[in-house]
Design a protein. Sequence first.
Length: 228
Amino acid sequence: MSKINIAIDGFSSCGKSTLAKQLAQHIGYVYVDSGAMYRAVTLFAMRNDFFTKMDLNEAQLIASLAQVEVRLAYDSKTQSQITFLNNENVEEEIRKMPVSQRVSQVAVVKEVRERLVFLQQQMALDRGVVMDGRDIGTVVMPDAELKIFMTASPEVRAKRRLDELEAKGDKVSFDEVIENLKHRDHIDQTRAESPLTQADDARVLDNSKITREEQLKLVKSWISLFPS
Ligand code: DC
């Protein structure tokens, strides 16, 4: 079968990365977690004191962007993606709450988006990529053969994110997680630069009430519609 590109967009904690990873493994494609790249730039901004409490000094970040190198690598041992910031493995740190609480502010910065979109487009040139994010079907890979727009209720999403964080030993409350999700949904949908919107040609996948297995089966049936 000739390779296609698959774009998965949707709200935070809809299970986009779970689906994207599963799919990539099943069909032998490369998985690209674009959100990890925005998280890595956020960590860079935090470490360089570009945030005063929750407020980002955009000008400082833009002036330092040339010093940020974000790279995604695949670890065959754990069969997962690792995010590198200037050659340091930051995979664990970028998933924690301090980064989650600040990443939307970094993701609204036009210069950051331009830089990361360019890198993401390079990764998709040879096709055979499953990429998840917010603007993948609309901006990064508008020519993707299959576009999926994922959604689930805020409560279901918050529970999933809470379970994930607790499994990693983070102590956070359900209220804190749902507030963070709703806040990010709002910023993602209303920002001027590449807001989260459903591409006209995307298939909608609401996974509030279906299992991971059912979801995978459904998406594989969509993939099988492409000529082999
Ligand atoms: O998918 P995630 O929760 O790891 O994404 C982290 C943040 O990055 C989220 O607030 C939205 C933003 N993002 C984006 O603006 N564009 C993307 N393609 C991916 C993520």
